[in-house]
Design a protein around this ligand. Structure first.
Ligand SMILES: Cc1ncc(COP(=O)(O)O)c(C=O)c1O
Length: 410
């Protein structure tokens, strides 16, 4: 009774800890700009603007027409998709996995990330998260009642955590550490040496390393982002999330997987068996085709190629407008220090204020760095999810905004 008087009646307090409010705010700014008649160039959410290949779409369509595809997916073994995932991991990273026990299929990696802390920890446990970090990481801990300790990722350290700066007693208390390279929102990449150091530290303190590799196929300039499971012995101490969303333009059809350490993979599988009945079989069929196509045509340009060209176009166009940004080495995002504003509002610029004013004035949507954690202040994230022509137009409008505060004719 008292509880009902203090808190909202039909809404849990936990929801306030999910950190999604700033994204909702950006969405409301966008709606307002649309209502004001602005032509919107949405560089906010990292949703691919390309379709999967024709063979992937055909596989989905053919399977969807089959009469036997409409039972609960859990009534089948689900093994064919996991076998394809294992074959792709071997092909792409040289990593050998047992599809039966070392891979669990997910409705996108977000599904697994959201449930991860619940599967691995008890309430009151603690885990280590990056700051800035992809929002579901903190949300997963909040849902599970797990305490978080944040690891700052700063430019001076190449956006890697300072593993030695963290006291031993914190390492000893942590159940897992969650990191993500190529990174969203930072676009930073690491090499295997970093993973080796990380695993050594984790082994010493018996901490599970969870690596989120959503952007493995989106390296630029010849960069091939590695899997943490390539490090010898990693299977004892690590798991890795993979997503078909960005690599194969399948974001809407929701499929990904977690692989690696069998105890941790098994824990997530067990939890999910209680929550859902698996990924729709036609989507698994389409996923199999996507993975098999990648294996069959190793020389084919990967998803990253498109974003590499867009990166070059936008970085150069913004440079001409006076906004100098280091080109990212991977992902579909540019992590940009706030632009040098030639005008002022009479209050200090923050990432939130610049994003809001920029959207009002130009119709260009970007995400304030603050949305990803306190360490994100001073930056905005720009997603390369529009055509080169639209990116050039965005840069032109942003140039006017930086100089004058409002574009003349858009
Ligand atoms: C770092 C990172 N992890 C996970 C995800 C979720 O991907 P999925 O579509 O597989 O759920 C995203 C999506 O943007 C992401 O950026």
């Amino acid at each position: 009774m008292i509880n009902k008087m203090v808190h909202a009646k039909w809404r849990s307090e936990r929801l306030s800890q999910l950190g999604s409010s700033i994204f909702a705010e950006v969405a409301s700014w966008k709606l307002q700009a649309m209502a004001d008649g602005r032509d919107i160039i949405d560089l906010g959410i990292g949703s691919p603007d390309q379709p999967p290949t024709p063979a992937v779409r055909q596989a989905l369509a053919t399977a969807a027409l089959r009469e036997d595809m409409y039972a609960y997916p859990a009534t089948r073994s689900g093994l064919p998709f996991r076998e394809s995932a294992a074959a792709w991991m071997r092909h792409r990273f040289g990593v050998t996995l047992d599809p039966a026990s070392e891979i669990v299929t997910l409705m996108g990696s977000q599904d697994g990330l959201a449930h991860l802390a619940m599967a691995l920890c008890d309430s009151g446990d603690m885990a280590l998260l990056p700051d800035p970090g992809y929002p579901i990481y903190a949300a997963s801990l909040a849902l599970a009642g797990v305490e978080r300790v944040l690891l700052p990722l700063r430019a001076e350290n190449g956006f890697m955590p300072d593993l030695e700066a963290l006291p031993d007693e914190i390492w000893n208390r942590a159940t897992f550490i969650l990191l993500n390279y190529p990174n969203n929102p930072l676009s930073a990449v690491v090499d295997l040496t970093f993973f080796e150091r990380l695993l050594e530290k984790a082994r010493k303190h018996d901490v599970l390393v969870v690596h989120d590799l959503a952007y493995s196929e989106m390296g630029f300039d010849g960069c091939e982002p590695p899997s943490i499971l390539q490090v010898p012995g990693a299977m004892e101490q690590a798991v890795e999330f993979h997503s078909l969303s960005k690599s194969f333009n399948m974001a809407g059809s929701r499929i990904g997987f977690l692989c690696g350490n069998r105890e941790a993979v098994g824990a997530l599988r067990e939890l999910k068996a209680n929550i859902d009945y698996g990924v729709f079989d036609p989507v698994q069929e389409a996923g199999i085709v996507a993975l098999q196509e990648a294996i069959a045509s190793p020389g084919k340009p990967k998803a990253g190629k498109l974003y590499e060209r867009r990166r070059d176009v936008l970085i150069e166009a913004l440079r001409k407008e006076g906004w100098h940004i280091d080109p990212p080495k991977a992902t579909m995002f540019i992590w940009a220090p706030l632009p040098p504003m030639a005008w002022t509002l009479g209050q200090p610029w923050s990432s939130r204020l610049i994003s809001q004013e920029m959207l009002k004035a130009t119709g260009v949507v970007v995400v304030p760095g603050e949305a990803f954690g306190a360490e994100g202040e001073g930056y905005v994230r720009i997603a390369l999810v529009e055509s080169e022509e639209r990116l050039l137009e965005a840069a032109r409008r942003i140039g006017v905004f930086i100089r004058e505060g409002a574009p003349k004719n858009s």
